[in-house]
Design a protein around this ligand. Structure first.
Ligand SMILES: [Zn+2]
Length: 369
């Protein structure tokens, strides 16, 4: 059988370095479900997240007729992988995929889907389920309004704590950070700050750039003028203002989405930007409010393969116990860390290399939390 052969090849490659208790399983593709498989592998190798899910499964399996939802399906899947007798092989995430399609119209079709949209949907969904469970335990009759989400995965939260602080679930504890949006009125100099939580950061990209420069641009000062003036509360009128976005609280797991799909007005459609954007193994972040440096270490990359937004393929690169692995649906292979640079993108617009880092997952290794 082909699957077994692949497995043994990986086991041979790792030899006695095969990590104790670890499982490397490919995921079956159920027709354009690579967007889902690539994200699942990245999350499986996000060890704090995996451990929480395994705990969740262990604590809930005896509670009887628990209603099936995305969280229980994902916890079942991760448990199924981690408890395999064999060290390598292939698993079909069928129930999970069916659940995703049941839950969300967008993912129901066999069309090519966006891995970032999926990750954002999944994390928000898991957080909502956990929040609801926490509220049920508290017995609070309060019905919270569905939180507003925009394309960037940002949720608006009130500044003055008018609303009760939302529950911090382990999804929030892992992935949630806080951005602060500062606007300075150029007439009265009043600074208005508005906080927003995020589960991932979507960054605009430029040719021959790096994550550090993209983050710098993200936090750069923008002037609001002409058609786009700021409504200043103190001046009670529209005024020119300066706006900038800073990271107020860094998450433990930093998810960075590179905006490689850009709507081109003249073409009337989305175009993939194959720009070269260097992502370092170790990332130092300095655009935080307190300007303290924090270090992050790369552990997963979701890669988009192909030239356009509506077709193509997703694979993922994952770091596990100091080895890098390449997950392509059913297939799992070892790769050298140095091979990661082939996923930065290309300096020329037309290149035969169409494999591009699309979502980066970093884990915090130092700095105050
Ligand atoms: Zn003003």
């Amino acid at each position: 059988m082909v699957m077994g052969a692949t497995g043994s090849k990986l086991e041979k490659a790792l030899g006695d370095q095969f990590p104790e208790g670890e499982r490397y399983f490919g995921l079956e593709n159920f027709g354009n479900t690579c967007y889902c498989n690539s994200v699942l592998q990245a999350l499986y190798f996000c060890v704090p997240f995996r451990e929480q899910l395994l705990d969740y499964h262990a604590n809930n399996k005896n509670t009887g007729e628990a209603e099936e939802n995305l969280l229980t399906c994902l916890a079942d899947l991760f448990t199924q992988i981690s408890s395999q007798k064999k060290k390598t092989g292939v698993i079909g995430p069928k129930r999970f995929v069916q659940r995703v399609k049941k839950q969300h119209d967008l993912f129901r079709s066999y069309m090519h889907q966006d891995a970032h949209e999926f990750l954002n949907f999944l994390l928000n969904e898991l957080a909502d389920i956990l929040e609801k469970e926490l509220n049920d335990v508290k017995g609070s009759p309060e019905t919270s309004s569905p939180s507003e989400k925009n394309a960037n995965g940002l949720q608006n939260s009130p500044v003055n704590g008018v609303k009760e602080e939302p529950q911090m679930t382990w999804v929030h504890k892992s992935f949630q950070g806080i951005l602060t949006n500062e606007t300075r009125c150029l007439r009265c100099e009043t600074v208005t700050a508005r906080d927003e939580t995020f589960l991932d950061l979507s960054l605009d990209i430029e040719q021959n750039s790096s994550i550090t420069s993209c983050l710098k641009n993200f936090s750069s000062t923008e002037t609001l003028n002409a058609e786009d003036k700021f409504s200043c509360d103190k001046c009670c009128s529209l005024q020119e203002a300066q706006k900038r976005m800073k990271i107020k609280k860094l998450p433990h797991i930093l998810v960075i989405h590179l905006k490689r799909f850009k709507y081109i007005e003249q073409l009337g459609r989305y175009k993939k930007l194959s720009y070269c954007v260097v992502f370092p193994m170790e990332l130092k972040l300095s655009n935080t409010v307190d300007d303290a440096d924090s270090e992050y270490s790369l552990f997963a990359v979701v890669v988009h393969v192909g030239s356009g937004p509506n077709h193509g393929h997703y694979v993922s690169l994952v770091k596990s116990h100091n080895h890098w692995l390449f997950f392509d649906d059913e297939n799992v292979e070892m790769i050298e860390e140095s091979a990661l640079q082939t996923f930065f993108g290309s300096s020329q617009e037309y290149s035969s290399n169409m494999d591009h880092g699309y979502i980066l997952l970093y884990e915090r290794v130092s700095g105050n939390c």
